[in-house]
Design a protein around this ligand. Sequence first.
Ligand SMILES: Nc1ncnc2c1ncn2[C@@H]1O[C@H](COP(=O)(O)OP(=O)(O)O)[C@@H](O)[C@H]1O
Ligand SMILES: O=P(O)(O)OC[C@H]1O[C@](O)(COP(=O)(O)O)[C@@H](O)[C@@H]1O
Length: 550
Amino acid sequence: MDKLKGLNTSLAVTAAVCASTALLTYIICNLRSRDEEQSQRSATAAKRASERTVKDKSQVQEGKPKGTLLNDLSLQEIYLWEVEHLGAHFKSEFTGMNKMKNQSAYSEYTSEPSSPVAVSTGDGSDYNKLISNHEVIIADIKQKPAAGGGVNRTRAYVRAGPRKHLHFNPSGVTAAIVTCGGLCPGLNNVIRELTNTLIHLYGAKKVLGIRGGYAGFYTDAWQPIELTPEIVNNIHHEGGTFLGSSRGGFDIDKTVAFLKKHKINQLYVIGGDGTHRGAFRIHEECMKLKMNVGVCGIPKTIDNDVDHIDRSFGFSSAVQAAQSAIRTAKTEASCNLPNGIGIVKLMGRSAGFVAVHAAMSSGDVDLCLVPEIPIVLEGEKGCLPFLQRRVKEQGFAVVVVAEGAGEELLGESTETDASGNKKLPAIGEFLKSKINEFFKKNDPQGATVKYVDPSYIIRSCPANAADSLYCMQLAQNAVHGLMAGYTGFSVGLCNNRMVLLPIPYLVETSPRHMDAHGRTWERVLSITRQPNTAKPMKPGEVVSYAPMLR
Ligand SMILES: Nc1ncnc2c1ncn2[C@@H]1O[C@H](COP(=O)(O)OP(=O)(O)O)[C@@H](O)[C@H]1O
Ligand SMILES: O=P(O)(O)OC[C@H]1O[C@](O)(COP(=O)(O)O)[C@@H](O)[C@@H]1O
């Protein structure tokens, strides 16, 4: 019996040893095959990489870029948004070379072929890069193969920057600068950089600042100010406009008479779409009267609703300034019991870009309401029951509402301001009372609603670093454009490059709106998780994207 037991034990031991050996063998084999597979994969990857390097090298040698040629994608038609040039009507006043006056130590704007300090362009200029009149920036950088054998088309913009040849003799230039419409962070940066570029870089004769917007051309009490680099030296640290601005007021005859009287040959107009419409009328009138005057617009509005450009200056500062208002609302909402709700009203007459960008960047907003998306108060998609749910979850809620939202509830106003812009009903107060009513009806504790209206605080702040940089680029390129003889144009950033845009095209689709079916709104929904109350797309409607965030 004992023997049998011993045999059983040794059999069990042998079986266990066999099993572990088999397992070990299996593991080793598996590891080996995994190693082999891995080294095979590495070899294939290395082979592919080396083939790619060889291919890239040979393409580069042939003067082509690296990468794979897409045979199914090509850009067949490019349509240039041409900018008018004074050279088509008037003889150029200057035969010399465009030099940076503040760098040309030995010869300033003479017709000598080269300056002793010129280094980089090799053609007598002090600029590292002069932009040729044929350089363009492609507008539609997003491309896919055209369906059904069609062609891919895009528009293109004239690239901004210093030109080799100037239309105006800089020392004969008397320029005027005017700021129109609502305030916007960065106005002073633009005024300052226009003045400095005109005087330091080009050596212009005189720069006049027109006070109080378009009305300053004919209001005796607001005499123009002569701008010098000393006078404008510190203005960029302040919000608002050194020159003053106004709504309403535009008189073409008196404006042109002013230009004639002061022998102004370059006019810089800083303003939104309304201001640009006025600027183009001045340009047309000057052409009609055969006046050799260049007119340039510089797009301004915190609303960011000027079409085609990546963004308008002041928008980024406004979005940044809105953050502290949103944080204030969150603190008030979270600390005031019961059921704290903070509402922040932000500017945005017909476009909700400030509100959506402030909401997205803050990350603290539970409900964002903008003019482009109808407000639904109650029911399945209602914002009031949604707020109640959010308050139940986290104890409080933060709402951001653009001033132009809710027209469908409050009715369209028939009143207008001096510029003809619609006056807006009080959406902030309306929301506050609707929230209070709803909570009183549906929650025994009611709600504690705090309303924050930081509108003018946001609009009157100084420009942040990003906007200051942008204003500098806009002003310099505006001067380069007018000095070269372009006219009736506006400057802006398109696909992160500075371009010149013909004003009629720019204003044709301005003010622009956020696409209710685009990705910006989709991002807001993903962050707030609020119900989507956008009207459904009509059959055949195509989604377009808000240029700011694609
Ligand atoms: N179509 C137009 N033609 C000429 N001037 C205009 C036009 N629209 C607006 N303006 C003038 O432009 C200035 C600014 O207009 P406004 O609408 O207040 O601001 P924004 O230019 O920012 O849209 C005002 O002096 C206004 O009278
Ligand atoms: O009270 P004001 O000065 O008329 O300005 C209010 C409006 O100004 C804006 O900031 C836009 O101004 P602009 O169109 O002049 O750029 C809107 O958002 C707002 O409705």
